[in-house]
Design a protein around this ligand. Structure first.
Ligand SMILES: Cc1cc2nc3c(=O)[nH]c(=O)nc-3n(C[C@H](O)[C@H](O)[C@H](O)COP(=O)(O)OP(=O)(O)OC[C@H]3O[C@@H](n4cnc5c(N)ncnc54)[C@H](O)[C@@H]3O)c2cc1C
Length: 560
């Protein structure tokens, strides 16, 4: 064993760093491990902001925030977890501010808050349109200030289970090559999302769902995996995100007739309806021939140059660099793209999984605060509040339990498995399987879902998994072997896709991101106020269910 810690946090985005800070402050010996440098984690791409009922722009309170989140989740969110998030959010945001987060300000110097989709009040605190960038840097400063050990550029391949608890990880050292075993009394997964399951996505290449698949392999359930959110404004043709903050500032969505088509779908909230509603509206316009080259248009011109330059500066730059269009003068082409996984590793409100010693927080986890549809601004808040809670609990557990034991056979088995992969010289390279997976998931498990397409996708994934069994890694080198890590990531993605399809087929209703307008167009509260829970049994996904936790809010019709 290379090293041993009380708490090992896998992933150094907002959730991982916040968890590590909390665990350290509770006196645990903590380390972070990340396949990329912490500040390059995908949290840094978050643009629009973070939700907390600070009440700086209107009369707001945590209960209103909780209700909006419950309704936004299409009543699939667990209401106890949502209440915790919304109650703890204001203090957690002020803590970030005290650590140095430079939030944009109101005239009188308080943290400014902008309206976001499906929020009853302007609740989203922001740092212009680079909120995530600001937060990862502030958190990294706190990590450095505490002198926490960071294993940076280590690719975690497997979790170690011994005597019924998680006791560390096996990782590939990206810089020097070779496997390293790092022991820990508790391990917190904070490995982010899996948007790379899709060809059109806002997610970085690193978002391959590694932690979810690793937990699955140890018998831990993944919850609500069918719930992949499609964001309505991803820039064509690249899929780069155009923040909801643009619509919060007043941008319009137009079809080929120049009409604000949301009048037909969400006449009250219009462009500020929830993401699932707007993505479906856009896809319907495109499918019915009122799109513009497979897109709709996002029009900011009426906001004026001054506002765009001050508040949406980064968005303008993205539009100019990636689409060659200056939004001050022209509308930009946008379409729905895979953005956020509401599903993930099943945890309780302290980030605990069913395996002792293993925790999860952030996008890789499902606690579940987002249910079937996440509200913009709630993901960053979840990383902070639930990262903090997981860090606190993991430290507490670690400090009251003493031993870490990783049998030698765990390491030798892993060495043998890796050697088998690297020694294989006859087979298929990972990229073609990865591309086929992403393209077919987009086509068959996208904004609208049909039974027959989902079944077809199930068969495609089975076939891709067979091909994956013969995958070859051509690069046999030790230093930055992306060929190897991409092959390992592909294995994770294929298992997650299989879980999503099993869950999607059996959720025979339309709720939030899971829209089946052709066979089950309505929400069915009688039969499906339940979470899907997929476990991996004998090499295949096996589906179970658990009822949603309801505290105060009975399901109602969801209109905007
Ligand atoms: C473009 C974009 C804009 C967004 N804007 C907003 C917004 O304005 N507001 C909001 O609330 N939400 C937003 N979101 C969502 C939100 O940013 C993410 O859900 C959140 O930041 C995820 O944080 P995380 O800490 O869980 O994961 P990440 O920040 O993705 O970090 C994952 C970490 O895990 C590490 N990792 C992964 N696999 C391994 C492995 N095998 N071994 C070692 N390390 C590993 C990575 O290196 C990384 O450090 C946005 C998302 C996108 C894609």
């Amino acid at each position: 064993m290379e090293a041993e810690h009380d708490v090992l946090v896998v992933g150094a985005g907002c959730a991982g760093m916040r968890a590590a800070i909390e665990a350290h402050d509770a006196s645990a010996d903590v380390a972070l491990i990340s396949k990329i440098h912490p500040v390059r984690s995908h949290s840094g791409a978050a643009e629009g902001g973070i939700n907390a009922a600070l009440g700086n722009a209107s009369e707001d309170d945590p209960e209103k925030h909780a209700f909006d989140t419950v309704k936004g989740s299409d009543y699939l969110g667990d209401q106890d977890a949502i209440e915790i998030l919304c109650t703890e959010a204001p203090d957690d945001v002020y803590r970030l501010e005290h650590w140095g987060a430079v939030f944009s300000r109101t005239e009188d110097g308080r943290i400014a808050q902008r309206p976001f989709g499906a929020a009853g009040e302007p609740r989203t605190a922001y740092a212009a349109d680079i909120t995530g960038h600001v937060l990862v840097h502030v958190l990294y400063e706190q990590v450095m200030k505490r002198d926490l050990k960071v294993y940076d550029e280590f690719f975690v391949w497997k979790l170690v289970e011994n005597e019924g608890r998680c006791q560390g990880v096996i990782a590939w050292n990206l810089l020097d090559g070779g496997l390293a075993t790092i022991g820990a009394k508790t391990v917190i997964l904070a490995t982010g999302g899996a948007g790379r399951l899709y060809s059109g996505t806002t997610n970085a290449y690193a978002c391959t769902g590694d932690g979810m698949a690793q937990a699955l392999q140890l018998g831990v359930a993944l919850e609500d995996m069918e719930m992949m959110q499609f964001h309505p404004t991803t820039l064509a043709p690249t899929g780069v995100l155009i923040t909801e903050g643009t619509r919060g500032e007043g941008a319009f969505l137009l079809n080929s007739e120049g009409k604000r088509f949301l009048e037909r779908y969400a006449p009250n909230a219009m462009e500020l309806a929830s993401r699932d509603v707007i993505s479906r509206a856009e896809q319907t316009e495109i499918d019915e021939g009122r799109g513009v080259d497979g897109n709709v248009l996002l029009d900011m011109r009426h906001l004026g140059a001054e506002k765009i330059l001050e508040r949406l500066h980064g968005t303008r730059e993205l539009s100019m660099v990636f689409a060659g269009i200056d939004p001050i003068h022209e509308p930009i082409p946008v379409r729905p793209g895979a953005h956020y996984h509401m599903g993930g590793v099943d945890t309780d409100v302290w980030g605990r999984t069913s395996l002792e010693g293993l925790y999860a927080a952030g996008e890789c986890a499902c606690v579940s605060v987002h249910g079937a549809n996440r509200l913009g601004g709630n993901a960053l808040m979840e990383t902070i509040t639930y990262g903090k809670r997981a860090g606190a609990h993991a430290a507490d557990w670690a400090l009251t339990h003493t031993t870490v034991e990783v049998p030698e056979s765990v390491e030798t088995d892993a060495e043998r498995e890796l050697a088998q992969l690297l020694d294989r010289s006859d087979g298929e390279r990972p990229w073609s399987i990865r591309n086929e997976l992403a393209e077919t998931m987009h086509e068959n498990f996208g904004v609208f879902r049909r039974e027959e397409q989902m079944r077809r996708q199930g068969a495609i994934v089975d076939e891709l998994r067979e091909r994956y069994a013969r995958v070859i890694v051509e690069d046999k080198g030790q230093v930055f072997n992306n060929d190897l890590t991409q092959a390992l990531e592909l294995g994770f993605l294929l298992e997650l896709a299989a879980c999503m399809i099993v869950a999607g087929l059996e959720r025979k209703e339309s709720r939030g991101a899971h829209a089946r307008p052709y066979d089950f167009p309505d929400r069915d509260d009688e039969n499906f106020m339940r979470h899907t829970l997929v476990r991996w049994v004998d090499g295949a996904p096996k589906l179970g269910w658990r009822p949603v936790t309801v505290t105060k809010w009975q399901p109602m019709e969801r209109t905007y």
